[in-house]
Design a protein around this ligand. Structure first.
Ligand SMILES: [Zn+2]
Length: 385
């Protein structure tokens, strides 16, 4: 049993309706809990034209190195149709050992566990030297513009230098202890536009139809795999996610057709090599007959892999001590805020079982929540030993 009860903290957090970008009381609550335990707490609000203002939280205690960070987000995705939930998505009910509510696993549960673990560690006099900080954003499920990126920059300007971080996102596919995420694939999006010549369907010789031309380009890009993966990463993948012709008429050959795609890529690629790969295949398929343009979305992220024996080894030991299983080291899945933190210090992700995240009846087993707290606590004991 933990002195500070993660179940109680999670119930309190779930009762704060913090659907992105609303703060919902979640950060105010954490501020209270952490300040009472002696943390110095700041709640900077970041803004940018065209996006909602977002409140964030940075809490720190201790001084000097090593400086360890628990990172996460209190914002949640909307509950969807609340009538389909068997329990109030903002109620925090516990039934048959399961705690229900939006954010139970993604990731108020992770925050409750690391908060309880840090408070227990401090109460029992564990921090003899070094610093523990909590970096919590309210903008992970949204545009991620006024969140972790700016909070990291803000903390760096205040003189904070981090040595290691754990993000409490749900990383386990089936059971607690399955996997630690030690990296992520990168992401790159783009649009291919083909220019034809508009005309009457009955007079096709006077027009150029861009649709079959675009299909030819799409077929070329999907004809071969980017790679077959390696021992660190899954295979890279190009997926077409939209086709746009914008033609409401039945008797008009359209002037233009476009296709949008997203690539998730491993460490065998970067933005430049992917662009070269795309252009060479598109040019080859287009020859002299297809007039196309390739435009890549300027944002996106590179793949990364964390190399830190101390961080990965210590966390793996803590997971094994509490679950009896050695976690796999994984790089699968989508992106998370770890992609920003990796520019400041070695970062890994470990949290709850992700099966119900973003779903109706999102829920966490209370036993898992207690075990995750014990894992984080075991990590702190070893890391600061
Ligand atoms: Zn999340």
């Amino acid at each position: 049993m933990h002195r500070h009860d993660p179940t109680r903290i999670l119930q309190d957090l779930i009762r704060c309706p913090s659907v992105t970008p609303a703060e919902g009381g979640a950060l105010v609550y954490l501020d209270g809990v952490l300040a009472e335990a002696g943390f110095t707490v700041d709640r900077p609000v970041f803004s940018e034209a065209g996006t909602p203002d977002v409140e964030n939280l940075f809490a720190t205690i201790g001084s000097g190195a090593p400086h360890f960070v628990f990172a996460g987000h209190t914002d949640v995705v909307p509950p969807g149709d609340e009538a389909h939930w068997s329990h109030d998505p903002f109620g925090g009910d516990i039934v048959d050992g399961m705690l229900y509510g939006r954010g139970a696993v993604d990731m108020k549960g992770g925050i409750a566990a690391f908060t309880a673990a840090a408070l227990d560690f401090l109460t029992e006099g564990g921090l003899k030297q070094g610093t523990i900080s909590l970096l919590v954003t309210g903008d992970e499920e949204g545009p991620s513009i006024n969140g972790t990126v700016k909070l990291l920059d803000w903390a760096a300007k205040k003189g904070h230098r981090f040595d290691a971080a754990i993000v409490g996102e749900p990383t386990n596919p089936e059971r607690l202890g399955d996997a630690i995420k030690i990296g992520r694939r990168g992401s790159l999006s783009g649009t291919i536009t083909v220019q034809g010549r508009q005309g009457h369907v009955a007079y096709p010789h006077l027009a150029v139809n861009p649709i079959p031309q675009l299909m030819k380009l799409i077929r070329r890009l999907t004809a071969e795999a980017l790679d077959h993966g390696n021992e660190r990463f899954d295979a890279s993948n190009l997926e077409f996610i939209g086709l746009d012709v914008d033609n409401k008429a039945w008797n008009v050959i359209p002037a233009e057709a476009s296709a949008r795609f997203n690539i998730r890529f491993n460490d065998e690629w970067n933005r430049d090599t992917l662009e070269a790969w795309l252009r060479s295949r598109l040019r080859e398929a287009a020859g002299n007959e297809i007039d196309f343009e390739l435009e890549l979305v300027p944002t996106g992220s590179a793949s990364f892999l964390t190399h830190s024996d101390k961080l990965i080894g210590t966390l793996s030991d803590a997971v094994e001590a509490s679950t009896g299983r050695r976690p796999a080291l994984s790089t699968s899945g989508g992106t998370s805020d770890a992609r920003f933190i990796k520019d400041y210090c070695p970062v890994v992700e470990f949290g709850l079982v992700g099966q119900t995240m973003h779903q109706i009846d999102e829920r966490v087993s209370v036993a898992d929540l207690q075990t995750l707290t014990a894992i984080y606590r075991g990590f702190l004991d070893q890391y600061f030993a």
